[in-house]
Design a protein around this ligand. Structure first.
Ligand SMILES: NC(=O)c1ccc[n+]([C@@H]2O[C@H](COP(=O)([O-])OP(=O)(O)OC[C@H]3O[C@@H](n4cnc5c(N)ncnc54)[C@H](OP(=O)(O)O)[C@@H]3O)[C@@H](O)[C@H]2O)c1
Length: 277
């Protein structure tokens, strides 16, 4: 395998205890010799990651904290400095998918907490870590965004707003830091992970539909790794994401209406909280 810029880097990745974050962490360690510091809240899940890494576990360490709390990032920077750890790459991947629902059904408190996890976590991490990252010869910030930032559908107001904010922030940073720091935005479509835990799991048909349109996690991880290796500015992955990207640009109003109508006509209980009064 030829050399790649990501080889042997010290990488911080949020949401490394499961789903895509875990997959990317494993690939960075096993295929690129990276030293990875994973961040998430569940120690049980992190222990499993360590166990699965086997002989590679020495390349992985973890810190357990809520990425949505600003103070935790200040504490994390202190931890890095005290241990003389020099991060070179930051991957903001932790995120949640709220249950599909009408805007008015979400409490303002819930909306704020979703923004905190999906958007402000990246604001805090970048603010806190950028000075350290810029000490590296080839610093990088990679934000795992979503196809929801490319087109907004009925029932996804909060998730789309959080991911659109993350996209805009990343786009500005990409230009502000051009030539100094690689900034990548990755927009996956539906991917088979545990992120659907908030959706109605008793809706077998809905689950089947989600399963049908979702990309397998290992396949998505491969595409994300390819973006990272080639320093892609914007990665859009999964056929659903490709559709949303296309229609979001070509038919910015009618596209959202068309997709929302398809969801409505499906009559799936999954979308009851969106379309039923
Ligand atoms: N799966 C999809 O269909 C899809 C599609 C487009 C975009 N995305 C985006 O891709 C990213 C990864 O999603 P995924 O599907 O891999 O999700 P996942 O399987 O649910 O994993 C989410 C990860 O984030 C961590 N996390 C969540 N909230 C956190 C918090 N407040 N503080 C610290 N860690 C937190 C979780 O760990 P703990 O529970 O241990 O804290 C877990 O490691 C997310 O940003 C998501 O929005 C996913």
């Amino acid at each position: 395998m030829g050399k790649n810029w990501i080889d042997n880097k010290t990488v911080i990745i949020t949401g490394a205890s499961g789903g895509m974050g875990k997959g990317v962490a494993e690939k960075l360690i096993k295929e690129h010799g990276c030293t990875v510091i994973g961040i998430a809240r569940s120690e049980e899940k992190m222990k499993k990651v360590v166990e699965e890494l086997g002989d590679y576990a020495g390349k992985f360490s973890y810190r357990l904290f809520d990425v949505a709390v600003e103070q935790n990032w200040a504490d994390f920077v202190n931890y890095l400095n005290e241990n003389n750890i020099k991060p070179e790459v930051l991957i903001n991947n932790a995120g949640i998918l709220p249950k599909f629902s009408k805007f008015q059904n979400y409490t303002v408190e819930y909306i704020k907490s979703a923004m905190d996890i999906n958007f402000y976590s990246a604001v805090y991490s970048i603010h806190a870590l950028l000075p350290l990252l810029l000490e590296s010869d080839s610093p990088a910030i990679i934000n795992v965004d979503s196809s929801a930032a490319l087109m907004t559908l009925a029932g996804t107001s909060v998730y789309s707003a959080s991911k659109a904010a993350l996209k805009s922030l990343s786009e500005a940073l990409r230009e502000e830091l051009r030539g100094k720091c690689y900034v990548g935005i990755i927009c996956p479509g539906f991917t088979k992970t545990d992120i659907f835990r908030n959706q109605d799991s008793t809706d077998a048909k809905g689950q089947k539909m989600l399963n049908m349109v979702s990309t397998p996690c290992d396949k998505m991880v491969k595409m994300i790794m390819n973006d990272i290796k080639t320093k892609k500015a914007l990665g859009v992955h999964g056929f659903d994401a490709a559709f949303m990207n296309y229609f979001g640009r070509v038919m910015p109003v009618l596209g959202g209406r068309l997709f929302s109508n398809v969801m409505k006509m499906s009559k799936l209980p999954l979308f009851d909280a969106v379309f039923k009064d």
